[in-house]
Design a protein. Structure first.
Length: 111
């Protein structure tokens, strides 16, 4: 499983490709709900394409985190996936960093 506690405040997720992505995102949502007090970094480096079902799970996760003052940061997002975010208007909603180190650093600077 690609979910790890990076620190007390940050969960790092290495997202698998579809169709496993949907199940992994369900697990992330449950983990965050149970844990409650954390930011999440999702590494898209192995992801080529994303389905609408996975997009809806990402939106649910973002809302859940945002409602309690925490952040969801994506990193290593492929051009095709960025294109999906742009076409759907989600590029202004999701926070995207170049790679996992930039994403983690941005969370640690604020926290």
């Amino acid at each position: 499983m690609g979910i790890q506690n990076w620190s007390e405040e940050i969960v790092l997720v290495d997202l698998p490709q579809e169709p496993e992505m949907g199940e992994e995102l369900k697990t992330v949502i449950t983990t965050v709900r149970d844990r409650g007090d954390c930011d999440v970094v999702i590494d898209f480096s192995t992801v080529d394409i994303i389905t609408s079902s996975s997009l809806s799970k990402l939106l649910k996760l973002r809302k859940m985190l945002g409602d309690c003052g925490h952040r969801l940061v994506f990193c290593s997002v492929a051009a095709a996936t960025k294109g999906v975010f742009t076409v759907t208007g989600l590029d202004g909603i999701f926070e995207v960093a170049a790679d996992k180190f930039v994403a983690l650093a941005s969370l640690q600077m604020v926290g």
